[in-house]
Design a protein around this ligand. Structure first.
Ligand SMILES: [Mg+2]
Length: 350
């Protein structure tokens, strides 16, 4: 998909390291009051005044976390920012700055990195974060992107993974499983394309799923929504690996158990129909799919009335005593132990 940009091929070495950084970051003018100095000195200078500072880093590696056969570089840049700011929102904080470091082999011309940075710039603009630093270097193979996100919050607003209490309600934002099914569609089309490069895929029915995979949106809206509803979660985490492993993280950190109700798991109709097409169980996909970047949190039962009618929020279960363990209650009222299934165990099913 980045073949389009191959007409112009400026070799990375033509700009030199410092020329390249200047070139790629020239649009990154700081806008936030907390950014005292952005790019252009030995270090960025930030001032969060009385607030607490949050820091989170992720590393994305070509061939492990992304496949450029179907991931356009602009989308990759956008998604790399989302993955990081999502972790800041998962602390009930505001994302404010990011630093971006990349290692790229000489297979990537300057124009390719411009695409990547265009995605980063768009995400930074839409999510109101300043790009305040980073590094570029050469790599002997492939592309690596490391982003560090910073954020701020009042001390009393920060939500950890460790505060869930028995009888709290378990709540999730948005819907689950779509990003994973989008990946399945893209993988299938990649195979079709390999076999027949002239095939014209009709991807229209899968638009929502593919968008959730290629252009995920972090839930920037949720911390302000919770503030407006006057709800402070007792624990919170973002859903990067799938619902079941995130519930397990919350429970282990909070030393509690949980009951999750299968019928309450929010699924988009497109996920249900594509799961049928692929002969996959949609609950398994929601539990183990990953990359949804929704937020999972627990709230006190006293806050039930404040959130019950909100279309962004689904109550999917409740917290129990630790000794009761973590369970999925199926539609048939079976009680199954919740286990963290990763991508590997899912691959065996396809
Ligand atoms: Mg996270």
């Amino acid at each position: 998909m980045f073949e389009n940009n191959q007409e112009m091929r400026t070799n990375l070495s033509e700009l030199g390291e410092f020329g390249l950084i200047d070139h790629l970051t020239k649009g990154f003018t700081p806008k936030l009051p907390s950014t005292i100095k952005g790019i252009g000195d030995d270090a960025a200078v930030l001032d969060f005044k009385e607030k607490q500072t949050l820091v989170s880093t992720d590393l994305l590696v070509e061939g492990v976390h992304f496949d450029l056969a179907y991931m356009p570089l602009k989308h990759l840049g956008y998604k790399a920012v989302m993955v990081n700011v999502s972790d800041i929102y998962a602390m009930n904080a505001r994302a404010t700055q990011i630093t971006v470091s990349i290692a790229a082999s000489n297979r990537f011309p300057v124009e390719a990195l411009e695409e990547l940075y265009a995605g980063i710039e768009l995400a930074a603009k839409l999510y109101n974060v300043d790009v305040v630093g980073g590094d570029t270097t050469s790599s002997t193979s492939g592309l690596m992107i490391s982003i560090t996100a910073l954020g701020e919050a009042e001390k009393e607003d920060v939500v950890y993974r460790s505060g869930a209490k028995p009888n709290d309600l378990l709540v999730v934002t948005g819907d689950l499983g779509a990003a994973y099914m989008g990946l399945q569609i893209l993988e299938r089309e990649k195979e079709v394309f390999k076999a027949n490069p002239n095939a014209q895929p009709d991807l229209d029915p899968y638009t929502y799923l593919i968008e959730r995979q290629l252009k995920p949106e972090a839930r920037k809206d949720i911390p302000p929504l919770l503030e407006e509803l006057e709800v402070k979660p007792t624990s919170m985490i973002d859903i990067s690996d799938g619902l079941s492993s995130e519930i397990i993280h919350l429970c282990k950190n909070s030393q509690v158990g949980a009951n999750l109700f299968e019928e309450k798991i929010p699924l988009d109709p497109a996920v249900i129909s594509v799961c049928e097409e692929f002969d996959l169980d949609s609950t398994t996909i929601a539990l183990s799919g990953g990359e949804d970047y929704e937020l999972l949190f627990s709230i006190s039962q006293d806050d039930y009335d404040k959130i019950k009618a909100n279309p962004n929020l689904s109550i999917i279960g409740h917290i129990t005593e630790e000794k009761e363990g973590m369970h999925l209650i199926t539609r048939a009222s079976q009680k199954l132990p919740l286990i963290a299934k990763g991508w590997n165990s899912m691959e065996g099913k396809e």
